[in-house]
Ligand binder design. Structure first.
Ligand code: HEC
Length: 66
């Protein structure tokens, strides 16, 4: 499952009730948790991505911030 399906390449697609990631105020640890375990329609990535990849993606989201 690709993140961009719901979040787009810049975090702003907002498909399937996804929030605008460029406006996300979550901490890095909270993003690691939501990416690992999922929430609502967002699918969990634990077991699909390893811990280092999840952390890398969580950090990458900060680049979307306005
Ligand atoms: C099927 C659609 C879908 C996919 C695929 C998806 N997400 Fe999400 N994402 C969501 C939804 C919906 C929420 C809001 C969950 C809630 O709060 O109920 C969310 C929330 C988030 C949040 C929290 C944003 C905030 O501040 O509230 C982050 C970070 C995030 N997603 C990152 C990712 C990453 C990284 C991937 C790929 C590994 C991904 N998402 C794949 C739908 C998706």
């Amino acid at each position: 499952m690709k993140c961009s399906l719901c979040h787009g390449n810049d975090g702003k697609l907002m498909a399937s009730k996804a929030p605008d990631l460029s406006k996300s105020k979550m901490s890095l640890e909270d993003r690691v948790a939501i990416i690992s375990y999922g929430k609502g329609t967002m699918p969990p990535q634990k077991g699909i991505l390893d811990a280092a990849s999840i952390r890398g993606v969580a950090a990458y989201i900060e680049e979307f911030r306005d």
